[in-house]
Design a protein around this ligand. Structure first.
Ligand code: GDP
Ligand code: CA
Length: 320
């Protein structure tokens, strides 16, 4: 296999599943994982980076498989003490997780950039792949609702995705620049750009909203392929399907194709959605039909393999 890099764009849970598969498939120096920072927020004096941390914990083998966030075998002494003292307790921080947040907050306060701190944390956790937050400048995803805009974690965690969604804004994104490690990866030899099956609205769009990034990814002139997070008309986890209904679009892999139309060269959809393939192809992208539900590690590796091979097949066949 060539030594060219694979750039994967990822949110949290869904993204980290495919990224874990990719990490088993590719030599570490070939994998660059760009994480969404639109979920990041300040809480109890700490900078919390949910999607980046999900990827870090997943690749380090420390993620809690049931909850989908935080560390496995976590204890909650800190949270209980916060509660007992009447502190804000709507966002859970486990004791081990807290160590990461405090170490990061410390480094940030000393003037290190988010991407430097993240690279060092990845290193300390024994992760070989590059984990790159999309930008060192803060970007805050806002969820617009009929009653006004909500900060993402207020919508997602505090309000449990109950409010009706009318759209999204990414506060601060106009001043954001792609993280330096992402810029240098873009100038390296790249084999493919992979959009993980993450939530398109609140995990992938914030990354693609970083000024210039969409164009720079296209200018790599390598295949850009996405994996649909929608299987059989529903999301596996999280609010993607609910968001689609509220935004007035059909909950289907076809809508995912429309969402990425003009940007991706190919989309991987699940076997149960195979009948959508002709319509998706009509949108001007290649379609691959395969098993996209990742139950165990072997599913993750197989889907990663399918994705990388799909991209490889598209290479050269792209008209730009
Ligand atoms: P979050 O940031 O933690 O919300 O996670 P992501 O945005 O990365 O991923 C959420 C999306 O992952 C949801 O829309 C799910 O439908 C999708 N997802 C989760 N597991 C799977 C899976 O096994 N296969 C596919 N195709 N999508 C998945
Ligand atoms: Ca997220």
């Amino acid at each position: 296999m060539s030594a060219k890099k694979v750039i994967a764009l990822s949110g949290g849970v869904g993204g980290a599943k495919l990224v874990l598969g990719l990490s088993h498939l590719l030599a570490p120096e070939r994998l660059v994982v760009v994480t969404n920072t639109g979920d990041d927020f300040d809480h109890l004096g700490l900078r919390i980076c949910p999607d980046t941390d999900t990827v870090l914990y997943t690749l380090a083998g420390l993620a809690d498989p049931e909850r989908g966030w935080g560390r496995v075998d976590e204890t909650w002494t800190f949270m209980k003490a916060v509660q007992a003292m009447g502190g804000e307790d709507w966002f859970n921080l486990g004791d081990g997780d807290l160590a990461l947040h405090i170490l990061r907050a410390n480094r940030l306060a000393e003037g290190a950039s988010l991407s430097q701190v993240t690279a060092d944390i990845a290193d300390s956790l024994g992760i070989g792949a590059a984990i790159v937050p999309m930008s060192d400048q803060n970007v805050a995803t806002m969820v617009n609702t009929p009653d006004g805009a909500l900060a993402f974690q207020h919508y997602f965690v505090r309000d449990r995705c109950a409010p009706t969604v009318t759209g999204f804004t990414f506060d601060g994104v106009e001043l954001a620049q792609p993280a330096p490690a992402l810029m240098s990866a873009l100038n390296d030899k790249v084999a493919a750009v992979i959009i993980a099956p993450s939530n398109p609205y609140v995990s992938v769009d914030p990354i693609l909203a970083v000024p210039g990034l969409r164009r720079q990814l296209r200018e790599c002139a390598v295949p850009i392929v996405a994996v649909s997070p929608i299987i059989g008309g529903d999301a596996i986890k999280g609010p993607a399907a609910k968001m689609m209904r509220e935004l007035g679009v059909e909950v289907s892999a076809l809508e995912i194709a429309k969402h990425y139309q003009g940007f991706v060269d190919g989309l991987i959809i699940d076997e149960v959605d195979g009948d959508l393939a002709p319509e998706i192809a009509d949108l001007g992208m290649a379609v691959e039909v395969g098993p996209t539900l990742m139950r165990d590690l072997s599913d993750r590796i197989k889907l990663a393999d399918l994705t990388v091979n799909f991209a490889a097949r598209l290479e050269g066949g792209i008209n730009r």
